[in-house]
Design a protein. Structure first.
Length: 150
């Protein structure tokens, strides 16, 4: 398919007739965040808190810096997320037994329980987000997003 032409019959520059990738990604991010926020609201969790809990469940105890890196969150924001999760009793922060200079953040039983309780709602939000895509398209999208994010 030939690109659209301008008033002089010359092909238009792609950026003039196609929505930029960053705009599309931003719109998908907004929709995904809204779906996830709605799914987590009954559990009193935010998407960053959910991401932190999932990372701890998958990887085990880690420093707050490593936790932030694992979910692409800056240190100041990660600090607030961890403080809120501690206040809710979902995680503990304590000294690393192998390196006393470091503190580790650990998932505790109430955190495991909220993950299990919220999991079905989060899975539904994921299904709702990707419902217009076939399973093969979903796999392709995940691979492309991983490549763009690296």
């Amino acid at each position: 398919m030939a690109p659209p032409e301008d008033q002089h019959g010359k092909p238009k520059e792609p950026s003039l007739y196609r929505e930029p990738i960053h705009s599309r990604v931003r719109r998908v991010h907004q929709r995904a965040t809204a779906l996830l926020s709605d799914a987590l609201a009954p559990f009193g969790l935010t998407p960053p808190q959910w991401a932190a809990l999932v990372a701890l469940q998958q990887s085990g105890p880690m420093s707050q810096i490593d936790l932030g890196r694992s979910i692409a969150m800056d240190p100041a924001t990660m600090q607030g997320v961890v403080v809120r999760l501690i206040s809710r009793g979902f995680v503990l922060r304590g000294p690393d037994l192998h390196d006393r200079r470091r503190n580790l953040v650990s998932l505790v039983q109430p955190g495991q329980e909220v993950l299990a309780a919220a999991g079905p709602a989060v899975a539904k939000a994921e299904r709702d987000l990707s419902a217009r895509l076939s399973p093969d398209e979903q796999d392709t999208l995940l691979e492309l997003l991983s490549r763009l994010a690296s």
